[in-house]
Design a binder for this molecule. Structure first.
Ligand code: APR
Length: 183
């Protein structure tokens, strides 16, 4: 099944779920998070507020995911996940970024959904080098496709430069189980 890489505003995509690169409060922010909240309308913030906190200020720890309706978005659902802040690569960032993708896919399956679009999680404000993030994200998503080929996954990049890097990483890697290599 396809792993498409497109250049678009993720809030315009007609899929079962779009993924939000949120922060732990799930109360909105800038970047793709801000765009999703603006396009979904205020009901999204209300739905996020109703999600239980796991500790003060944290509704979704880094690497985990939560699901809400999409409200005014063309996407029926939003899967919110919190990517790692890049700290040089020695603080478990790759494992946490892979968890974001795996947990978002788990929620997709648990809700009986099939089509999903991911932004380049952690590649904006959180500073993850794009080629390294692409290697982790694509390896994780390829594992998911191997496990269930009925799902359709889109990586939605906001710029040509980010899409070029994701495509280069995807196309440089044979689809034979060899790990993605960001070099
Ligand atoms: N559609 C698709 N991609 C987008 C959009 C959009 N409408 N807007 C921004 N992006 C891209 C950015 O260009 C970047 O490549 O999403 C990628 C992720 O960038 P950020 O949104 O900054 O996300 P991240 O790096 O994970 O940082 C998360 O930013 O806004 C806050 O609340 C959010 O604190 C959290 C932090």
């Amino acid at each position: 099944m396809p792993l498409d890489i497109v250049i678009a505003d993720i809030t315009t995509l007609h899929v079962d779920a779009i993924v939000n690169a949120a922060n732990a409060s799930l109360l909105g922010g800038g970047g793709v998070d801000g765009a999703i909240h603006r396009a979904a309308g205020p009901a999204l913030l209300q739905a996020c507020r109703q999600l239980p906190s796991v500790r003060p200020g944290v509704r979704c720890p880094t690497g985990e995911a939560r699901i809400t309706p999409g409200f005014a978005l063309p996407a029926a659902h939003v899967i919110h996940t919190v990517g790692p802040v890049w700290q040089g690569g020695t603080q478990g960032e790759a494992r946490l970024l892979a968890s974001c993708h795996a947990n978002a896919m788990r929620l997709l399956r648990e809700h009986g959904l099939r089509t999903i679009a991911f932004p380049a999680i952690s590649c904006g404000v959180y500073g993850y080098p794009v080629a390294q993030a692409a290697a982790v994200a694509l390896a994780s998503l390829r594992d998911e496709l191997a496990r269930d080929d009925r799902v359709s996954i889109t990586v939605c990049c906001f710029s040509n430069s980010v899409a070029d890097i994701f495509r280069r990483v995807r196309d440089a890697t044979p689809d034979d189980g060899t790990p993605f290599n960001a070099a």
